[in-house]
Design a protein around this ligand. Structure first.
Ligand SMILES: [Zn+2]
Length: 267
């Protein structure tokens, strides 16, 4: 870490405390514990157009205060931060999320900081992920990643709500609205997932964004940090919530390799 910090000359790394992973943090009301990522459905189900709501947001709140997801019918991008839930729709605007809304895909956890990194000079998306890759102890663990600060550039997208029969995600994202922002303050919210969850979640980084003004955001395509504080939550437990048996989920072919579609739809 020191070597890398010297090399970059612009980051300050603080280990806040020994990883809280597995040390018996107080359980939430689900009994799963705080070091759990709860996930609704799978990314390959979304790629296959399984957009019916699985879990209500009222229920999802029980699993954490930090994460990302989408909405019934793929109606926009979800950002969950500090217990507040936001919906960025295809018009680029931010809407509140009510408990009776539901999600066909979400990942959520209780955010407890295990590591912080101060970034005080310009850093691109690629430089940022390379830096974190160098610092994080293993690629075989889940990490929740929060980046709060100023961004000289931020490019996001959202997706328009779909009607049945739902098209696959790549058809929706082919015409996705994209939003470019300059000199914006806000927070990146997301996860780095291990290679063995391919098909279940996005391997590597999946990041969403919300402005401090809570007036823009979405699924991140690119960014450049001006200065920011990065907080990482090491997360050891993973809990899946799958759709009810009458869902289209059970007609999907999950033997199919959708990694090419994922690259096309999410990057
Ligand atoms: Zn996303």
């Amino acid at each position: 870490v020191k070597r890398y910090a010297r090399k970059l000359g612009l980051i300050l790394i603080i280990i806040v405390m020994a990883a809280t992973v597995g040390c018996g943090a107080a359980a939430d009301e689900t009994g799963l514990g705080r070091e759990t990522i709860a996930q609704v459905s799978t990314i390959d189900a979304i790629l296959d157009g399984v957009y019916d709501g699985v879990t209500s947001y009222g229920d999802l709140r029980k699993y954490g205060d930090f994460g990302l997801g989408t909405f019934t019918g793929l109606d926009g991008e979800g950002i969950f931060l500090d217990g507040e839930f936001y919906q960025v729709k295809a018009d680029g605007k931010v809407y509140p999320v009510s408990d009776d809304m539901a999600t066909p895909f979400a990942a959520i956890t209780w955010f407890d900081t295990d590591l912080t990194v101060d970034i005080s000079e310009a850093m691109t998306n690629a430089q940022f992920t390379a830096m974190l890759d160098e610092i994080l102890p293993s690629e075989n663990m889940f990490y929740a990643v929060k980046v709060s600060g100023d961004f000289s550039y931020m490019k996001t997208r959202s997706v328009p709500g779909q009607q049945k029969p739902y098209p696959p995600l790549v058809e929706v994202t082919a015409n996705q609205p994209e939003f470019e922002m300059e000199n914006v303050s806000g927070t990146i919210v997301g996860f780095r997932c291990p290679p063995y969850v391919a098909g279940v979640n996005v391997v590597g980084y999946h990041l969403h964004f919300i402005t401090d003004a809570r007036d823009a955001g979405g699924h991140i395509l690119d960014f450049t940090i001006s200065n920011a504080v990065v907080a990482v939550d090491y997360t050891s437990d993973f809990y899946m919530i799958l759709p009810a048996p009458d869902s289209d989920f059970y007609k999907s072919d999950f033997g199919k390799d959708r990694s090419g579609e994922l690259e096309q739809a999410e990057k």
